[in-house]
Ligand binder design. Structure first.
Ligand SMILES: O=C(O)CCC(=O)C(=O)O
Length: 286
């Protein structure tokens, strides 16, 4: 199949060698940084398609001052791969999925979903939270790639992680908001978690974090639109987990095609992206 963006430095199927320290960091701390995973020109090629979808969404968004803490944190636009063939090429990239599998130490990964997270100038902090509270997946092998589409200076900053928090699984029922910020701030202080950020990032650098890793992000006090694309995968072979909260009920319908708990999480919108499955091999030419 012909690639939509065909003048890249290297195809998005070309592997990216990761340092063993990144694998150790993900295992021990629950997060890792991989610098230069995509080049500036690759990002420049895909950013317009991602941005177009976000800006369309932004036209309908309420003014910042009218939103709650979660709403102020970012413009959140999910499943961009379904809206644009160009974005699909980016989200399906085996270069990214292979890194996710290697960091998790699993032989294959499936797509859970993608989402753009654009923190506007004046946008608020992203409260402490654990992603996996939302995900009805019967595994701890879940991972998010968070990739800036512009250079992010230190004063805007990237996420902060609570090192080792993923090793404790579910740390509380709070979904993202003022309550999760208060409860998890207390927990981080009380349990003495060391916190760590990878700070300034270049377009195409990426952080990876596990589904149970506690994380937050600072407010955007700059004039820059903090453009970030995320992709979430889980280990191939994972089963649909318990639907035991409203958040998980929502995710179950939207992202797991409502498949029965206990059955393989291999629905039509959860393709195996590493190793590329037959149906996607043609997408991998980059
Ligand atoms: O982009 C942000 O501010 C937070 C992102 C986040 O929480 C995530 O990707 O899991």
């Amino acid at each position: 199949m012909t690639a939509f963006i065909d003048d890249l430095d290297r195809p998005l199927s070309e592997p990216h060698a990761i340092d063993p320290s990144a694998v150790a960091s993900l295992r021990l701390k629950g997060h890792a940084v991989v610098r230069g995973l995509a080049s500036a020109s690759e990002i420049a090629a895909y950013r317009p398609a991602i941005e177009a979808a976000v800006l369309k969404y932004a036209e309908r968004a309420a003014p910042l001052s009218d939103r709650d803490t979660y709403g102020k944190a970012f413009l959140q636009v999910p499943n961009l791969w379904m809206r644009s063939e160009v974005v699909r090429e980016f989200v399906y990239a085996s270069r990214f999925a292979k890194v996710a599998a290697e960091l998790l130490g699993v032989s294959g990964v499936r797509l859970y979903h993608d989402q753009a997270l654009y923190k506007e100038p004046g946008g608020g902090h992203t409260p402490w939270h654990q992603d996996q509270n939302y995900w009805p997946l019967d595994t701890n092998d879940t991972i998010t790639m968070w990739m800036p589409l512009i250079d992010i200076p230190a004063e805007v900053g990237s996420m902060t992680f609570a090192n080792g928090s993923h090793l404790h699984g579910d740390l509380g029922p709070w979904i993202i908001g003022d309550e999760s910020e208060a409860a998890f701030s207390d927990l981080v202080a009380r349990e003495g978690y060391e916190t760590e950020t990878h700070g300034a990032m270049r377009a195409g650098d990426a952080t990876f974090h596990k589904g149970w890793t506690l994380h937050r992000a600072p407010a955007n006090n700059s004039n820059l639109l903090r453009s970030v694309m995320t992709i979430i995968w889980y280990a191939d072979g994972t089963k649909v987990g318990a639907i035991d909260s409203p958040a998980r009920k929502f995710d179950h319908q939207i992202w797991l095609s409502g498949k029965e708990p206990g059955t393989p999480a291999d629905g039509p919108i959860n393709p195996r992206l590493w190793p590329p499955s037959e149906a996607n091999v043609g997408e991998q030419t980059g």
